[in-house]
Write a protein that binds this ligand. Structure first.
Ligand SMILES: [Zn+2]
Ligand SMILES: [Zn+2]
Length: 267
């Protein structure tokens, strides 16, 4: 069974509601609430319309015990997927808010390139819904570290979308955010179309733990935050860098996870 989030998951968090309550009618008057995907009118700010919720592919059970890759029905709990068997992952689990499809792609594009940074709380809530209990319930013991952007790209875009997500997720579970816990020393080319070895080569030495935070990363439990997890090469480089710096655990949290199976759900 695919797990679907209740529609309420798209509503503002309690604190946001409190904060916005007195001005909400005013905001709604100036910016009538609209679905960020299709433009349909909504009753409240900060969510998607019912049709667009249905379009998102939400990962559920059964799933790989190591990387949470969703399986077809009827696979026993504790089963490990073929990629994890071939190469045991260095991370300690992947929490994906959605599987990458047309709808999640549009949300990411609006967030990243359309500068709809107000989407961050919505995306973060979807990710938080899939965090393992140890991260969600003991957030204070975790350090949220975003996948870093090279400074040239950061300068061009003006913000690191993964850092915005990390901040929102941390707000939901009480984790501490270390925005520059990782640094990207060289700009990496677009990895799409490269083979596994070429990706690894392109990334080798590109990402490292920030020496300024060595003391905080050593022994820490880290939530590595990414917007889209494609081949896993970038997150693998980040996990490797964090573990090399002494991180005890690294759980990867991403908004959209690209899986071949998920593309079947894409329209
Ligand atoms: Zn919609
Ligand atoms: Zn797996």
């Amino acid at each position: 069974m695919r797990k679907r989030l209740p529609l309420g998951a798209g509503q503002p968090s309690m604190s946001a509601v409190k904060l916005l309550e007195p001005v909400a009618p005013l905001i709604d008057l100036i910016y009538p609430p609209r679905c960020p995907l299709c433009g349909e009118g909504l009753a409240a700010q900060g969510g998607l319309c019912a049709t667009c919720w249905q379009e998102l592919a939400i990962p559920g059970e059964p799933a790989c015990a190591l990387c949470q890759r969703p399986f077809n029905e009827g696979i026993a709990a504790g089963t490990i997927c073929a990629p994890c068997l071939a190469e045991p992952p260095r991370h300690d689990g992947i929490a994906a808010g959605t599987l990458y499809n047309d709808a999640s792609r549009k949300l990411v594009l609006a967030f990243k390139h359309g500068r709809r940074i107000a989407l961050a709380p919505l995306l973060a809530r979807l990710v938080a819904a899939h965090l393992p209990p140890q991260v969600l319930e003991h957030g204070g013991e975790w350090l949220a570290v975003p996948v870093p952007l090279h400074r040239m790209r950061l300068w061009r875009r003006g913000f690191n979308q993964s850092a915005l997500l990390a901040r929102e997720i941390a707000r939901l579970n009480g984790a501490e955010v270390l925005v520059d816990g990782l640094v990207r020393h060289k700009a990496t080319p677009v990895l799409g179309g490269l083979g596994r070895k070429a990706r690894a080569r392109a990334l080798s030495g590109a990402i490292a733990a920030n020496p300024r935070h060595a003391g905080r990363i050593n022994g820490a439990q880290v939530l590595l935050v990414d917007d889209v997890m494609t081949s896993g090469a970038t997150s693998h480089a980040c996990v490797t860098a964090l573990k090399r710096a002494g991180a005890r655990k690294v759980v990867v949290a991403c908004f959209a996870r690209v899986l071949d199976e998920a593309l079947d759900h894409a329209r």
